[in-house]
Design a protein around this ligand. Structure first.
Ligand code: TTP
Ligand code: MG
Length: 348
């Protein structure tokens, strides 16, 4: 199954929410964090809006320095409970798209779309939709990146911040990452960068420079992490989505190139989908209690049918048998060419 990951990150989250609540501050530099106490404050900047970033202010900077850089900025305390409330609303919108996601923080998540779509233009549509939902419901902008791994999705997201959406297809990964500074690769921080600069006797290293090092050289230098770096500078990242909430279901859908009436094609496709779903469900080592099938016909009418049973271990045979029965009934009933097929299992 081809992996398609969508990374979403709110733009200057806390600061944007403060702007939303206080429209009179719009356009001015806003710094959310500790009390600057006229330059004597001891805490740090939590975040700041893009206007404040133009003065060189950034997250984690001592608030006293931020104050020196821009004394006229609006300094606001961190209202975490409020931000958490909005974050919950946003994650409820994400839930509508998939339950297969990793929540990284209040304002950031990785969504694994692999099961529900088959190509990058569909992924882009989901990204646009999500941005629109969040803007409409919460009146804030976010950025979205889409790629075949968490790393590429995140880099794509950062590329067009704020209010951006970028898709990096697998064939474009190399040109996309090769000239990025090496610290843009997750796992390469300032210390690793320094070591790499020493090894290669060169400053301002770009991702492609690291490719001149063999896997052995990198492993000798950095241990296990070296192998990771070797792969990442080649655009390969196999880190998995760590689901935050336990998944409620697993499914897979497929849209035919052309609507079809061909029973053999329909059954074969359904069998393949069942197999994929069964494999993933089995890997969860949990019992399933329901099989849901989806069928979209010519004209775009979409129907679901489901059957529930006493919880059992998932198997390809069981899932296929339960599903195909529902599917054949539905297709006979509607008697129309099929556009999309889907199967999903719900866990106990
Ligand atoms: P980020 O997504 O890192 O930053 P951001 O949303 O403010 O800005 P960007 O547009 O670059 O995404 O972090 C999300 C929120 O987490 C941020 O609004 C404030 C909080 N935060 C801290 O409190 N301390 C920190 O050091 C960082 C990085 C973030
Ligand atoms: Mg953010």
């Amino acid at each position: 199954m081809n992996t398609i990951i969508l990374h979403i990150d709110m733009d200057c989250f806390f600061a944007q929410l403060e702007e939303r609540e206080n429209p009179r501050f719009k356009g001015q530099p806003i710094v959310v964090g500790a009390d600057p106490k006229g330059g004597e404050g001891r805490g740090v900047v939590s975040t700041c809006n893009y206007e404040a970033r133009e003065y060189g202010i950034h997250s984690a900077m001592p608030i006293s320095i931020a104050f020196k850089k821009c004394p006229k900025a609006i300094f606001l305390p961190v209202n975490k409970e409020f931000y958490a409330q909005v974050s919950e609303n946003i994650f409820r919108l994400i839930d509508k798209i998939t339950d297969n996601y990793e929540k990284v923080s209040l304002d950031e998540a990785y969504l694994d779309l692999s099961e529900q779509i088959n190509n990058y233009s569909e992924a882009q549509k989901i990204g646009e939709q999500l941005k629109e939902y969040i803007l409409r419901q919460e009146d804030i902008t976010c950025s979205v990146g889409i790629g075949n791994s968490k790393m590429i999705a995140k880099l794509a997201c950062e590329e067009n911040k704020p209010d951006g959406l970028k898709v990096v297809k697998p064939s474009k990964i190399n040109s996309f990452i090769k000239s990025k500074p090496i610290t843009s690769i997750p796992g390469i921080g300032p210390k690793t960068r320094e070591t790499l600069e020493e090894v290669l006797k060169k400053q301002n290293l770009e991702v492609k420079d690291i490719r001149s090092l063999s896997q052995k050289q990198l492993v000798d230098e950095f241990g296990k992490k070296g192998k990771d770096i070797y792969n990442k500078v080649r655009g390969k990242d196999n880190s998995e989505i760590e689901e935050s909430a336990t998944r409620k279901s697993i499914g897979k859908e497929l849209t035919f190139e052309e609507n079809t009436n061909d029973p053999e094609k329909i059954v074969n496709t359904f069998q393949k989908l069942s197999k994929k779903v069964a494999k993933k469900a089995e890997a969860q080592h949990r019992l399933i209690k329901t099989v849901v099938i989806t069928c979209r016909f010519e004209g775009f009418n979409t129907y679901n049918r489901q059957v529930s049973f006493s919880p059992v271990n998932p198997s390809e045979e069981l899932i296929y048998k339960k599903g195909i029965k529902l599917l054949l009934q539905l297709i006979t009933e509607k008697a129309k060419p099929v556009r999309l097929l889907g199967i999903r299992v719900l866990f106990e």
